[in-house]
Design a binder for this molecule. Structure first.
Ligand SMILES: NC(=O)c1ccc[n+]([C@@H]2O[C@H](COP(=O)([O-])OP(=O)(O)OC[C@H]3O[C@@H](n4cnc5c(N)ncnc54)[C@H](O)[C@@H]3O)[C@@H](O)[C@H]2O)c1
Length: 373
């Protein structure tokens, strides 16, 4: 039943009660009067004991199937390690739960396609947690590009440089659990917003590399070494004729920026250039021929989604826009519409990320299928 019609808050369960749920999703549910957190599921009983008090909930379980069958739950957030997303999402779709799932949606496009089909065929709202689409400057950049304000888009360029310790990433450094490293963790967000800004990707040439062995945990214990990339890179052509260049690394020493790292994404159009930077999300850099790029405040209507009670002047700007994902998810549920970005967007980005790995392996350009189905 449509919760909007009943006027009751959407009852949300968190599946995967780790870091991203604690930092992004639970504070976002708290901000939204149309939603209520009713349950948490995690594989760790110890963490669940902690979350009962952290999050003030009574209903905790280690069994995600129980959550997916529960008629008193309307929606789930899946924030578990990547290799578990598919089975949890399919169970949630079969149970009629609306789903927001963390990126990457799966280990490869075949998994993601199965998730998309399950959600679509069971008529539940499905959303991919592509966080950076919600940064105010990204929302404004998207408006500028799509309204033609910087002319015909010619180049997309993104850099995501992090200065992370070279110790173990836990599950994130094993192919069977993560799929890939920096590519699926970081660059996939930039593939997603590039497609949103520029349209479909026609072909790409990609490369990945691993430098750090990561054979020690943070507390110095030995562990199996990393199997995944800590640097990823693509060049590409969009169907509209524009070019794209993406580079991501977790090994950029000196790029701390209060823990947010360096992020720069820009579009060069025939009439001007516009730049999004994560650490200054309420400003955009704009430039025209004959002038230098200069910061401009993002207009008020782009600082948060329409109707959201979030005060954009409260909190760390590079953190608080992340709460807007939940606003979009709950809005899609209560308004009975598709969420943006959806699982189909997750599939489009996954198809390009998979092609990056194939391109690297085969040392060749890869054509991207027209529209994944
Ligand atoms: N959108 C973003 O900006 C963003 C940021 C961080 C992480 N993520 C994504 O979120 C997901 C989780 O990342 P994290 O940093 O919170 O990881 P994490 O390791 O802190 O948390 C994952 C949790 O899932 C639990 N878990 C594992 N298997 C489970 C199962 N079968 N059922 C229930 N719980 C299970 C673990 O016990 C752990 O507590 C990943 O897919 C990651 O890529 C996205």
């Amino acid at each position: 039943m449509n919760r909007a019609a009943s006027g009751s808050p959407v009852r949300v369960a968190i599946i995967g009660a780790g870091k991203v749920s604690d930092y992004h999703h639970v504070p976002a549910i708290r901000l939204d009067p149309r939603a209520t957190l009713v349950a948490a599921c995690d594989a760790s009983e110890e963490l669940l004991r902690q979350r009962r008090s952290d999050w003030g909930i009574d209903y905790v379980t280690t069994d995600y199937e129980q959550i997916c069958r529960d008629p008193n739950i309307d929606a789930v957030v899946i924030a578990t390690p990547n290799f578990t997303h598919k089975s949890i999402a399919v169970a949630a779709a079969l149970g009629g739960k609306h789903i927001m799932c963390e990126k990457p949606l799966g280990l490869n496009a075949a998994e993601v396609r199965a998730m998309y089909h399950a959600a679509r065929d069971n008529r539940v709202v499905h959303m991919t947690a592509f966080t950076y689409r919600f940064a105010p400057s990204m929302r404004y950049l998207s408006h500028l590009v799509k309204s033609g304000a910087i002319g015909q888009p010619r180049h997309f360029r993104s850099q995501r440089f992090l200065d992370w310790p070279e110790t173990s990433w836990g599950w994130r450094q094993y192919k069977a659990q993560a799929g890939a490293g920096d590519l699926f963790d970081m660059t996939i967000h930039r593939i997603d917003f590039a497609i949103d800004l520029m349209g479909p990707v026609e072909r790409i040439c990609g490369a990945v590399a691993r430098f750090a062995p990561r054979d020690r945990t943070v507390d110095g214990k030995p562990c199996p070494p990393s199997e995944v990339d800590d640097w990823s890179c693509l060049i590409g052509e969009f169907q509209n004729g524009a070019t794209g260049v993406w580079e991501g690394t977790t090994l950029a020493k000196g790029y701390e920026f209060k823990g947010f790292g360096h992020e720069w994404a820009e579009v060069n159009g025939s009439e001007g250039s516009a730049v999004y930077r994560l650490h200054m999300p309420n400003q955009i850099m704009l430039g025209k021929t004959g002038s230098d790029l200069a910061p401009v405040d993002v207009p008020a209507e782009f600082l948060k989604p329409a109707g959201s009670p979030r005060d954009p002047s409260v909190g760390e700007p590079a953190t608080v826009f992340r709460y807007d994902l939940m606003w979009e998810f709950i809005s899609a549920i209560t308004e009975g519409r598709d969420a943006v970005p959806s699982f189909l967007d997750g599939l489009r980005a996954q198809t390009v990320a998979d092609a990056c790995l194939s391109s690297h392996e085969r040392r060749t350009w890869i054509d991207i299928p027209d529209e994944p189905r």
